[in-house]
Design a protein around this ligand. Sequence first.
Ligand SMILES: [Zn+2]
Length: 140
Amino acid sequence: MDRLTPEARSANMKAVRRKDTAPEMLVRRLLHAAGYRYRLHVRKLPGSPDIVFPGRRKAIFVHGCFWHGHACRAGRPPQSRQDYWLPKIARNQDRDRQSVEALKTLGWDCLTVWGCEIRDTEYLLENFRQFLGPAKDSLI
Ligand SMILES: [Zn+2]
């Protein structure tokens, strides 16, 4: 049934992943313009946070509303095949909660940016400044 070669399948998966990280790219650009410097996908931390500020001991997760079950329109589960989707989404939510808890135990603070928020640049900037404190070399 599955005729994709391993190479093609892997290219497929990458394309999916790339699409998923578009909001993350936007968040990164905004943070950078606002003067914040960060590291990406730190695997040694619980949940491998998307954007990490080691000096401040703060981490940002960028979550798609659907996959992580955000309580917004985009996060609404589909009407069909709920027996398939709901447990999958619930597992992601559990994992997210556990990552934040584990990070907290290690002395890290976390902020989650949702896909539905990324168009509101002003809101995001305000949120980042509150969460991270003042930046060093802001360009905006
Ligand atoms: Zn949302």
